[in-house]
Design a protein around this ligand. Structure first.
Ligand SMILES: Cc1cc2nc3c(=O)[nH]c(=O)nc-3n(C[C@H](O)[C@H](O)[C@H](O)COP(=O)(O)O)c2cc1C
Length: 341
């Protein structure tokens, strides 16, 4: 168990403490024989922007989604912990007078939070997760929003529920965070897959994305985006910030590249680039939509997961895994890669 850096804050982008390194080494040592490496979240580009995922969860459903988000976004994680924890009796909504129901019935209820976010000012974007209680966010979310200055920050609400949609629960919080830019929220089932969460994130208009694109544009005429045309459908992919993607960008600046790609392993389409690009290989868990450089001279479009030592060139955006599978089909394809003007 890795200890938080303080209170209930985990800061994956900071240097690990000696205690955290020791805990990680012990955990590694205790892995079953034959299992060589703990599962690693895919490495994410550091855009220089800071994202916090703050969430409240009693039965781990919202926590599951917060954890998935954390590995997708490389963000800090903060669990909103009540000063007085909720017992199962407190959460028994069949009992009209249980604590949760009483709080939901009282507009002014503000259950106290134990601990606080250290240096909230550093975050540009806050993902805010909660379970739906009687169609709304639990009152402790109001406590949280009233505890900090959110002006100028982007807040992205998400929730889990038995079946209810997010409904008006997020809009009803807007007035509590003055000056924040609220994005539309999303409801998930607590067992939603990483792909589901990732496809939601890739469609969000986050400040990180704007900063990333703006940074790429100020690099001169280097485009951050690549087009991939397959059977008359054009997909858009964001290029990675590494020397391999730079070399691909240079290649495509001369002329578009058409590659005959074979289906392999019911997870990818792979074909020769016709020359070698610099490699930045590292252990990578692929997701549907990843564009990968394999052995320095083959380009791969993933439509399912794989784990290997290779280089990420970019990632298809705005297309769900299911849509991508439909576009790629089951056989061989010809794909044309070009730069977006
Ligand atoms: C007091 C209370 C009220 C709830 N009201 C609803 C509701 O209105 N609609 C719904 O679909 N689920 C409702 N639920 C179920 C939770 O939203 C669901 O179990 C949620 O995923 C729990 O998240 P957690 O494990 O992160 O706490 C309610 C649960 C509680 C405890």
């Amino acid at each position: 168990m890795i200890a938080p850096v303080s209170g209930n804050i985990f800061a994956p982008k900071e240097d690990a403490t000696r205690a955290q390194v020791a805990a990680a080494l012990m955990a590694f040592d205790q892995l079953p024989k034959g299992q060589t490496e703990p599962e690693q979240p895919a490495p994410q580009p550091d855009t220089g922007e800071h994202v916090l995922i703050a969430y409240f969860s009693n039965t781990n459903q919202t926590e599951n989604i917060a954890n998935l988000l954390q590995s997708i976004l490389n963000a800090d994680l903060y669990k909103i912990t009540p000063e007085t924890p909720y017992t199962s009796a407190d959460l028994n909504y069949n009992n009209d007078s249980c604590r949760a129901n009483q709080e939901q019935n009282d507009n002014s209820a503000r259950p106290a939070i134990s601990g606080s976010v250290e240096n909230m000012a550093q975050y540009d974007t806050v993902f805010l997760g909660y379970p739906i209680w009687w169609g709304q966010a639990p009152r402790i979310i109001s406590t949280f929003l009233e505890s900090y200055d959110f002006s100028g920050k982007t807040i992205v609400p998400f929730c889990t529920s038995g079946s209810s949609p997010i409904g008006s629960s997020a809009e009803n919080l807007h007035a509590l965070a003055f000056g924040a830019n609220w994005l539309d929220g999303q409801r998930f089932s607590g067992s939603a897959s990483s792909e589901t969460v990732e496809s939601w994130v890739s469609g969000l208009d986050l400040p990180e994305k704007q900063a990333h694109n703006a940074a790429a544009q100020t690099k001169g005429d280097a485009s951050a985006m690549m087009k991939i045309t397959i059977n008359g459908t054009t997909l858009t992919a964001a290029l990675e910030d590494n020397s391999s993607a730079d070399a691909l960008r240079e290649l495509l600046a001369n002329s578009p590249l058409t590659v005959q790609m074979s289906d392999y392993g019911s997870m990818e389409k792979v074909g020769p680039i016709g020359q070698s690009l610099p490699r930045n290989d590292r252990q990578t868990d692929t997701q549907a939509g990843d564009i990968i450089l394999y052995q320095g001279n083959q380009i791969v479009i993933y439509y399912d997961t794989n784990s290997w030592n290779f280089t990420r060139l970019g990632r298809i955006e705005g297309t769900t895994a299911q849509e991508l599978r439909g576009i790629l089909g089951s056989g061989d394809i010809r794909a044309t890669f070009s730069l977006e003007e």
